[in-house]
Design a protein around this ligand. Structure first.
Ligand code: PMV
Length: 348
């Protein structure tokens, strides 16, 4: 049995624009997907997903990957969850040159599904890592990131950037621009995440931005302006001491850039009333800045606030179903010792 875990992420800046070659800066957060893999004697795949919760429901399924469970969540999301595990298995089989390998797989996730926190990337990254190790092959995190990207690319019909998968595999803050992916230094920013209990359809939202961008030159300019925000933000991070508490001036300026980014994403049509209401609740509570994170349409916002004020305000915001502080997770994919969930022993 092999158990691997990988973190989710928030976008400090740059979602959507990254699809068109602009840079983005996602940051891994201490909420993980854990995948347990047991090699089987036959070539069957059995997938059990626990805690893939959405709006208080739990997705549970067992059986081979053609089986679709009867659950109270949109079928598309269940299909997506199964699809990502399938794609991870395919990558692991290829990496280990074991096309007929069979597995029992259990997925446990602390990351809400389809909510902009990179749940699918974390599942794919942890799944590839665990399944290859179970077959006796150890990939370095960059290779896991690359294979996870290919898996997401297949499942999402080519509508995927390398941002989520690279961030989940490597941990910390990363910078992604096309195929150029690297880790960058960043202090531990005081992220607060608000979750509206919903989910957006990434494919549909990406397609919406694409057609706006094709139709209007000003929409294409808006995408480029998001790239300018990212470049400004990353130069601020580059000047900061990664091991010190972030200076108030840095937080104020990053916050201003996050607000600007949210405004442009809103203009591109990927926000929603619930996301906007949470963003405004955070700003009015004194957050340095707030924006949606991920594809949008519903799901999560991320705010910067080192005080408890934003969390308190979001707790009293009708549209907000869950709120939590999200520490930067400097560790990417890692092997866990089975049975020690509470205090996993780090083996990498
Ligand atoms: O909502 P998520 O975590 O799937 O993020 C989507 C980010 C996009 O930039 C909209 C698409 C992508 O693949 O980068």
């Amino acid at each position: 049995m092999t158990v691997s875990s990988a973190p989710g992420k928030v976008y400090l800046f740059g979602e959507h624009a990254v699809v068109y070659g602009e840079p983005a800066v996602p940051c891994a957060i201490e909420r993980r997907a854990t995948v347990t893999v047991d090699a089987r004697a036959d070539d069957h795949i059995r997938v059990e997903a626990r805690d893939l919760s959405l709006d208080g429901f739990t997705v549970e399924y067992t059986g081979d990957t053609d089986y679709r469970p009867d659950v109270d969540v949109p079928a598309g999301l269940v299909d997506a969850a199964v699809g990502y595990v399938d794609a991870a298995v395919e990558q692991a089989r290829e990496a280990a040159d074991a096309p007929d390998a069979g597995f029992d797989i259990t997925v446990e996730s602390e990351i809400p599904l389809g909510a902009g926190l990179g749940s699918s990337a974390a599942v794919v990254v942890a799944g590839i890592d665990a399944a290859t190790r179970e077959l006796g092959v150890e990939l370095d995190p960059e290779e896991v990131a690359d294979r996870a990207y290919r898996a997401e690319y297949d499942v999402q019909d080519g509508q995927a950037s390398r941002a989520d998968t690279f961030c989940s595999a490597m941990g910390g803050a990363v910078r992604v621009e096309g195929d150029d992916c690297r880790r960058i230094d960043a202090p531990n920013l005081p992220f607060v995440v608000g979750f509206d209990g919903g989910a957006g359809d990434t494919g549909e939202l990406v397609a919406g931005v694409r057609s706006l961008r094709e139709e209007y030159a000003f929409a294409a300019d808006t995408v480029e302006s998001i790239g300018d925000i990212v470049r400004t933000g990353e130069s601020l991070l580059a000047e900061a001491d990664p091991d010190a508490e972030p200076e108030p001036e840095l937080l104020a300026e990053l916050g201003r850039l996050m607000d600007f980014d949210h405004g442009l994403l809103e203009a591109l049509g990927v926000s929603s009333r619930t996301l906007d209401n949470m963003v405004w609740a955070a700003r009015e509570a004194g957050a340095h800045g707030a924006k949606l994170t991920g594809a949008g349409g519903g799901g999560c916002i991320v705010a910067l606030d080192e005080t408890p004020e934003t969390r308190t305000a979001l707790r009293y915001t009708a549209e907000c179903e869950d709120v939590f502080r999200a520490e930067l997770d400097r560790e990417g994919v890692r092997v866990e010792t089975p049975g020690t969930d509470a205090d996993p022993e780090v083996q990498r």
